[in-house]
Design a protein around this ligand. Structure first.
Ligand SMILES: C[S@@+](CC[C@H](N)C(=O)[O-])C[C@H]1O[C@@H](n2cnc3c(N)ncnc32)[C@H](O)[C@@H]1O
Length: 222
């Protein structure tokens, strides 16, 4: 792949391993927003934040701390902070270069979006060094060659009992990798409530990718 060529979905969907992901996003971090998010009218971080805002209760005493997994350059945290300014938001990602971009993201009052940003491979079990979270949000990371259904159980321990998960999954990936089967097992094992599955558009009308959708898994930890 030439460095001059804009990176995009073809490259993102052709990765296979965590090491491939580290390499891809090391090259892509600086131009991810200009060459992909803006150029292709990628609305996933905004859409998932809107789902969170509509479905996760607003009581500040009960919902104060959120973890954004596969946070990338920090767009999901940024949109969520616009909708819910009182939230403390931490982020996890495998790519130090993407985390460096997220570190600069600001809220509408110019304070930083994220309190803590940590490097973490979510294909492995996750050790949380902080207090457990009230909710978890994720856009764009459960997709081809990134995270499969196995990674769901790795991240549940980040969230306290009765806390919420709002996780977007690429539509074809959801079907092809049998996410529903994994969700049924987690619900049967009483790890999560029976999930509600919603659908969102990943790209705005006018994007060459308009029509691509994601499922959104909405559930509570038991
Ligand atoms: C398409 S980007 C999505 C970023 C952001 N959530 C958004 O919607 O703009 C996918 C992100 O997943 C991260 N990622 C890929 N594999 C990962 C893994 N094994 N563990 C943690 N993060 C991973 C990448 O570094 C990248 O930042």
């Amino acid at each position: 792949m030439s460095d001059e060529k804009a990176l995009g979905l073809d490259e993102a969907y052709s990765v296979k391993t965590p090491e491939d992901n580290r390499r891809l996003y090391a090259k892509w971090a600086a131009t991810y927003e200009s060459s992909f998010v803006d150029a292709k009218q990628y609305r996933y971080p905004k859409a998932i934040s809107e789902v969170f805002n509509e479905h996760v209760p607003t009581d500040a005493d009960e919902l104060a701390r959120v973890i954004d997994i596969g946070c990338g350059t920090g767009l999901t945290g940024m949109y969520l902070s616009h909708l819910r300014p009182h939230l403390f938001i931490d982020g996890l990602d495998i790519s130090p270069e993407m985390l460096a971009e997220a570190r600069r993201k600001q809220r509408t009052d110019d304070s930083l979006v994220y309190t803590n940003l940590s490097e973490c491979d979510l294909t492995q079990s996750v050790v949380n060094t902080f207090e457990s979270y009230d909710a978890l949000i994720c856009s764009g990371t459960f997709t081809h060659g990134h995270l499969g259904p196995d990674a769901l159980k790795n991240v549940l321990s980040l969230v306290r009992p009765a806390g919420w998960i709002v996780i977007g999954v690429n539509n074809e990936h959801f079907e092809g990798k049998n996410f529903q089967g994994e969700l049924d097992s987690l619900a049967d094992a009483k790890r999560i409530t029976a999930p509600e599955i919603l659908r969102i558009d990943v790209y705005e009308k006018g994007s060459p990718h308009f029509g691509d959708q994601a499922r959104v898994i909405l559930a509570q930890i038991i």
